[in-house]
Design a protein around this ligand. Structure first.
Ligand code: PMP
Length: 303
């Protein structure tokens, strides 16, 4: 039986349970993270990718919701390592930490309650296709605004917005949804940031466009600049700019680098995975699997 971290202890996963009265269960008042660990079969090693950055983001976002989990990123990293060593996966693994309101109190608010922290792990292959190119459609749902539920913060309740858009996309025969902001500019996917390629340059929505401050996004910007000499422009992007882009891809911890080949039933670029997207994807997989020593500082070996 896999273990989870719950109420300060490592317990069998089936014992890590909250009450139906729990405040976060009622109101979506939690903040979560998704971290990947990649199994390197040659080295028989599991590498966590940019774990500390995920916990720095979690703690920053907890400040917005006034959730004080009374742990720093070092302690959270130690818990992660201990949990993985107990569960001992030898496969690509997803780590799901969550900060939540540890109270059965009625009323959506962030004062007068204490915060809890839990974590579990599960095996995870590709979350969406990364090899044949995906088909996307613009959602009729708008991205949640920073003045409503901040997308920046990975708030559990905010994922109702993602679920509505993803459901609509799947029902329309698309693999993924693209959100526009209330202002009508491109924001992000249901669980991914987005990049366009035009004239050999990368373009991505700025942090002001109601997006999660993606760690993969930041990784792509750095790898493109350092390894391919490609600059990224962060600016507002209109819907039709995606229709006329040379290439485009989604990126995220779960999604990894997922090139798009069709948008709103129009071929994107050549309608096949573009060369720059392919290069960035190959580079990313090498880096996360520990095959690029230059980026070893992004990896934490578990065993
Ligand atoms: N946007 C949203 C809405 C997400 O849920 C995710 C997944 N965490 C991302 C972007 C990508 O973020 P990251 O690269 O940090 O996983």
């Amino acid at each position: 039986m896999a273990h989870a971290y719950f109420k300060g202890q490592f317990v069998p996963l089936d014992q890590a349970k909250v009450s139906i009265q729990n405040n976060t269960f009622q109101y979506g008042t939690g903040i979560f993270e998704g971290i990947r660990a990649y199994w390197n079969p040659d080295e028989r090693q599991l590498y966590l990718f940019r774990m500390v950055e995920h916990y720095v983001r979690l703690l920053r976002n907890c400040r917005v919701l006034k959730l004080n989990i009374v742990k720093d990123e070092k302690e959270l990293s130690e818990i992660t390592l201990e949990l993985l060593r107990r569960n001992h996966p030898e496969t690509d693994t997803y780590i799901r930490p969550i900060a939540y309101v540890d109270s059965d109190g009625i009323g959506p608010k962030f004062i007068g309650y204490s915060a809890g922290f839990a974590m579990y792990t599960l095996p995870l292959g590709d979350y969406i296709d990364v090899s044949k190119g995906i088909k996307v459609g613009f959602s009729s749902w708008r991205r949640i605004n920073d003045n409503a539920i901040p997308a920046r913060c990975k708030v559990t309740g905010g994922y109702v917005n993602s679920a509505l858009a993803k459901t609509e996309a799947l029902e329309h025969g698309y693999d993924e949804a693209i959100f526009l902001t209330e202002g009508g500019f491109i924001s992000e996917g249901s669980a991914e940031n987005i990049f366009l390629v035009r004239g050999g340059k990368l373009i991505t929505p700025a942090l002001s466009e109601d997006i999660l401050e993606g760690i993969t996004r930041e990784t792509v910007i750095e790898l493109a600049r350092e390894e391919l000499g490609i600059e990224t422009i962060e600016r507002p992007i209109g819907r039709t700019e995606l229709y006329v882009a040379d290439e485009a891809f989604l990126c995220g911890t779960g999604a990894q680098i997922s090139p798009m080949i069709e948008v709103d039933k129009r071929p994107l670029g050549t309608g096949r995975i573009g060369p720059i997207s392919a290069k960035i994807q190959a580079l990313y997989f090498d880096v996360v699997k520990g095959k690029q020593k230059k980026y070893a500082h992004w990896l934490t070996p578990v065993y």
